[in-house]
Write a protein that binds this ligand. Structure first.
Ligand SMILES: NC(=O)c1ccc[n+]([C@@H]2O[C@H](COP(=O)([O-])OP(=O)(O)OC[C@H]3O[C@@H](n4cnc5c(N)ncnc54)[C@H](OP(=O)(O)O)[C@@H]3O)[C@@H](O)[C@H]2O)c1
Length: 336
């Protein structure tokens, strides 16, 4: 596949461009920047033939088959819809949009155009989480009673804070703070591994949310269908120790070292038979994500994290922010 890349900022430079270099999904053909000079510099540095400051020129170029959208959250919608209308498959960064209404518009645009819409929930592509999902499916854990997931990110030092982009502190552009940053990954991981829907949320955030609409620390308690209680937390920490723990009626499963930008980690399962530990080598989850997306295009299957998954996460996010505003638990619609 020929890839077009929209929004070559921190995430694209650190993870997506290197992953495209390794991935068997295809090659980078074109870059879009709002600044033509930057587009040319990027294309030269990244070795791709097309540089443009016109999103339409990018999505209409015949050499491009799929567009990777890696721009600020609130501009995803317009870019995804334009790519879909030009008949291009889209892999869009998370969150798909800043609200459920825009997410639905994007899902519908891709459905009507007959193109695939994948979403950058990269944790699904870590073999650790695939194995955890398989353990749940196999029944070895028994009924899951309690689930905990934590995706904290490393506190930015002074240099990081200086570089930190303004849109992340703008509630209109980002849609929220840490929940929109890593919290949505935690929620998607919970849905992915358990295969169950979240039916109710109750959220607490630090005081920064009240003053700016951008929370730093957030904790969400949830009910998952079938009566599982769950919790998710997100925010900056000096030394994150992220994990996913599933307490089942027969066994407890814990994933460690697997929730972050690198793949790999380990799974520990504690049961009456003792403790089993499986370790997984480090891998590039973004490369796996690109390969899996190309497979879904080739085979006509739904991407692992589809637009519908992202729409559901957007509905959950709306429930979370409603809960922060009202201080109440928010039931979620059963259907999309
Ligand atoms: N899955 C993950 O692990 C992960 C991790 C981090 C971020 N992300 C997601 O990736 C996306 C980008 O995050 P980032 O940290 O890379 O942001 P970033 O560093 O600000 O880069 C975004 C790029 O988008 C373009 N842009 C900025 N403002 C724009 C606007 N108003 N309209 C159109 N384009 C604009 C800029 O490129 P030009 O100036 O060249 O146009 C900028 O370089 C976000 O959706 C974020 O949530 C995902």
């Amino acid at each position: 596949m020929g890839w077009g890349l929209v929004g070559v900022g921190r995430h694209a430079e650190r993870f997506i461009v290197p992953a495209m270099g390794k991935s068997a999904s295809g090659q980078l053909v074109g870059v879009f920047s709002r600044d033509m000079g930057r587009a040319r510099q990027l294309a030269e540095r990244l070795g791709c033939p097309l540089a443009t400051d016109s999103i339409d020129a990018l999505v209409e170029d015949a050499r491009i088959h799929a567009v990777y959208v890696c721009s600020p959250n609130n501009v995803h919608k317009d870019q995804v819809v334009r790519a879909a209308k030009a008949g291009k498959h889209v892999l869009c960064e998370k969150p798909l949009a800043t609200n459920a209404r825009d997410s639905l518009t994007m899902v519908e645009a891709c459905r009507q155009a007959g193109v695939k819409l994948g979403v950058g929930f990269h944790l699904r592509h870590n073999p650790v989480h695939m194995a955890a999902k398989e353990s749940v499916r196999s029944g070895v854990l028994g009924t899951i009673q309690l689930a905990e997931v934590q995706y904290m990110h490393v506190t930015a030092g002074s240099e990081g804070r200086r570089q930190s982009v303004a849109w992340r502190r703008d509630p209109i552009m980002a849609g929220g703070g840490s929940f929109m940053s890593t919290g949505v990954h935690a929620i998607d991981l919970l849905r992915f591994v358990t295969g169950k829907e979240i039916t109710q949320v109750l959220a607490l955030a630090d005081e920064e949310w009240r003053s700016s609409g951008i929370e730093r620390l957030i904790q969400v308690s949830m009910v998952v269908e079938g009566d599982t209680l769950a919790s998710a937390s997100a925010g900056p920490m000096k030394h994150p120790l992220n994990h996913l723990v599933l307490y089942g009626a027969s066994a407890t499963l814990r994933c460690t070292g697997s929730i972050g930008n690198n793949g790999g980690g380990s799974i520990e399962i504690v049961s009456d038979d003792g403790t089993q530990i499986r370790r997984f080598d480090t891998c590039d989850v973004y490369e796996h994500e690109l390969d899996a997306f190309a497979d879904s295009v080739r085979n006509g299957t739904e991407p692992s994290a589809s637009g519908y998954d992202a729409l559901r996460v957007a509905q959950i996010a709306e429930g979370v922010y409603e809960s922060l505003r009202t201080g109440r638990a928010v039931p979620l619609p059963a259907d999309l």
